[in-house]
Design a binder for this molecule. Structure first.
Ligand SMILES: [Ca+2]
Ligand SMILES: [Ca+2]
Length: 268
């Protein structure tokens, strides 16, 4: 067992005897995200997801609603939302005009890596007509996990450069996308590493028209996320690489041994 592994054991032990080690980790993560002033932040620390319960926006006014049979399970920071791959999602709704610059951050875990599952969208479930009028995250069975950004007419020329070509089931990943409609570029980060670097983009949705966590593009089972999402945040500015790294590092400090094999720990 390496030094970091030992520190995790000590952390759990200290937590067991009443020390605040794990609580400190959560507080540290909250502090790092709060320092960047998110517009909205869905943490899934809610008491229940049953019967259309509220998914609280910890930073703003856009509380969501748990839909389908979305469950609350162990997350990367506290609880996460778990989606069964069959029309579960958290409905946020309209959030207004797409900011000229912004960021979307989330942690995800796929139970299986399969075609077309979307973990997040800013737009409608409109299939070819309007399903692309969004910023979306989609996985394919090849292991590709990438962004689709389209305009209000449903135009979406290509997926971005993949955030990873080897998405693995049962691993947590930290994902951040930043956009700049003035410069016409997208940046993407996976586990703190910038993997999409100033990629040109000219297709943008005008609105954050129908934000949802756990589904995208179409109201179909195959477009539904199978796995977890946690700590989903939207910012009306671009997170710098340094700030993305700072958010990731809080978790990496605790779970570094597991990240070395390609991702953070699996679920419970
Ligand atoms: Ca959480
Ligand atoms: Ca379901």
């Amino acid at each position: 067992m390496g030094r970091l592994g030992l520190s995790v054991v000590m952390c759990v032990f200290l937590d067991f005897v009443g020390n605040t080690c794990l609580a400190d980790f959560v507080a540290d993560y909250v502090a790092e995200v709060t320092a960047d002033n998110p517009t909205s932040w869905w943490r899934f620390e809610d008491a229940s997801s049953a019967g259309g319960a509220i998914a609280a926006d910890s930073a703003g006014v856009f509380d969501g609603t748990y839909s389908g049979d979305t469950q609350l399970l162990k997350g990367i920071v506290g609880q996460s939302a778990w989606f069964d791959g069959n029309l579960d999602y958290v409905a946020i709704g309209a959030m207004g005009t797409l900011p000229a610059q912004g960021s979307i951050e989330l942690w995800l875990l796929a139970d299986a890596v399969q075609n077309y599952r979307n973990v997040f969208t800013t737009g409608p479930l409109g299939e070819l007509a309007t399903g692309n009028a969004a910023i979306r995250f989609e996985e394919h069975a090849t292991g590709n996990f990438w962004l689709a950004i389209g305009d209000d007419n449903g135009g979406m020329p290509n997926f971005t450069t993949p955030l990873t070509t080897n998405l693995m089931a049962g691993k947590w990943y930290h994902v951040v996308v930043t956009w700049d409609t003035v410069l016409g570029v997208v940046n993407g980060y996976l586990n703190g590493v910038r993997v999409i670097a100033d990629e040109p983009n000219t297709f943008w949705p005008a609105q954050l028209s129908d934000v949802k966590i756990g589904i995208g593009w179409a109201p179909w089972a195959e477009r539904s996320w199978l796995g977890r999402a946690d700590e989903v945040a939207i910012y009306e500015h671009k997170l710098s690489h340094e700030r993305v790294q700072a958010h990731f590092d809080v978790v990496n400090l605790i779970f570094a041994d597991s990240f070395e094999s390609g991702g953070a720990p699996g679920g419970d």
